[in-house]
Design a protein around this ligand. Structure first.
Ligand code: ADP
Length: 332
């Protein structure tokens, strides 16, 4: 019988619990022992673990966050840390380690494999969707929904005052969340890293859109969704740049960590459940140093290194829709 360990690492994401739940039940069925390390790689280094059994699964699928807690861990980035982690895994007689996290967590897992010869399986969990080899990551759908609902609310007050609102959404260095939140909330403009050339060209386009819209409809609200880490000096920088083009009365809103919380939507629960079950199916197989993901709703396995070496493009049709309905809606 196998001994399996699971942990959640890096930025937390809604649906991580649904994935843990699926792993617990699948392990029970296969008669594997399942340990949960707490606080990401820190728990692995401190040997902080709990046994996960069916008693832990009640009402778990709908809970946001992660019952194992997540963390970042500096020590894991150096050789001593990795060797200590490997020792602890040997001592606990773990056959398979499952890491639910983002690309940083996968890099760490991959480094660990240089010191530990057990099986390593990654499961993509991040609201940013910035992991290649899988169509979506656990937490991404809920985050779109949260951002969309927030922008709907911003829209109400923007309409009341006929103002311009800048809304910053998360995504690290990718525009998935920004683009999809903007499209689904009918925002007027979106700034994503994938198409950002320079602040100057972007501001020209933006001002053209604002002026054209005003000429057509009079004073109305205008919502600009901005992916984080794109605009030089963030929303303050963009507010200033707009002011230089005589566009004032601009209100910045940063959505922040609300985007990482909440009960997972159905799509995240389904993805998390499928990937959790599939990962346990691979326990004891040759597959190691791989991530399980989903492509066209079928489970796939890809080498961990591919998940960060390849960059995943935005969906073409969504980009087209963005051009037609938002960024290039009014011609110059
Ligand atoms: P995410 O997994 O969401 O991308 P981070 O980038 O913060 O989050 O990574 C989570 C943790 O993974 C880090 O705190 C660190 O312990 C580990 N990690 C990240 N990059 C490396 C690396 N190159 N080598 C070893 N461990 C790493």
């Amino acid at each position: 019988s196998k001994r399996v360990a699971i942990l959640t690492s890096g930025g937390d994401a809604p649906g991580m619990n649904a994935c843990i739940r699926a792993a617990i039940i699948a392990c029970q069925k296969a008669e594997y022992t399942l340990l949960g390390y707490q606080h990401g790689y820190n728990g692995l280094l401190q040997q902080e673990h709990v046994s996960l059994s069916l008693g832990s699964t009640h009402n778990l699928i709908q809970q946001g966050g992660t019952i194992l807690h997540s963390a970042r861990c500096k020590e894991f980035k150096n050789r001593e840390g990795l060797m200590k982690a490997a020792d602890n895994l040997k001592q606990a007689e773990i056959d398979t380690l499952i890491v639910i996290g983002g690309d940083g967590s996968f890099r760490g897992a991959s480094k660990l494999s240089e010191h530990w010869d057990g099986q390593i399986i990654g499961i993509p969990g991040t609201i940013d969707n910035d992991i290649a080899g899988t169509d979506a990551t656990i937490g991404y759908f809920t985050a779109i929904d949260t951002a969309m609902s927030s922008i709907d609310k911003v829209r109400d007050t923007a309409d009341a005052f006929e103002r311009i609102f800048l809304v910053e959404v998360m995504g690290r260095n990718a525009g998935f969340l920004a683009l999809n939140a903007a499209l689904s909330s009918a925002a007027d403009y979106v700034v994503v890293p994938e198409f950002f050339e320079s602040a100057e060209t972007e501001i020209q386009k933006m001002v053209t859109q604002i002026k054209a819209q005003r000429a057509l409809k009079g004073a109305v609200s205008f919502i600009i969704v901005v992916a984080e880490n794109v605009w030089p000096n963030g929303l303050a920088g963009l507010t200033e740049a707009l002011q230089q083009h005589d566009i004032s009365d601009v209100r910045p809103v940063t959505l922040g960590h609300v985007q990482r919380g909440g009960s997972p939507v159905a799509q995240d629960r389904l993805l998390a459940t499928t990937l959790g079950e599939h990962a346990i199916k691979l326990v004891g197989s040759e597959a190691t140093n791989i991530m399980v993901g989903e492509v066209n709703q079928h489970p796939v396995t890809v080498p961990l290194s591919r998940t960060w070496e390849t960059s995943k493009p935005l969906n073409d049709a969504r980009v087209e829709a963005m051009r037609t309905l938002m960024n290039e809606r009014y011609s110059e």
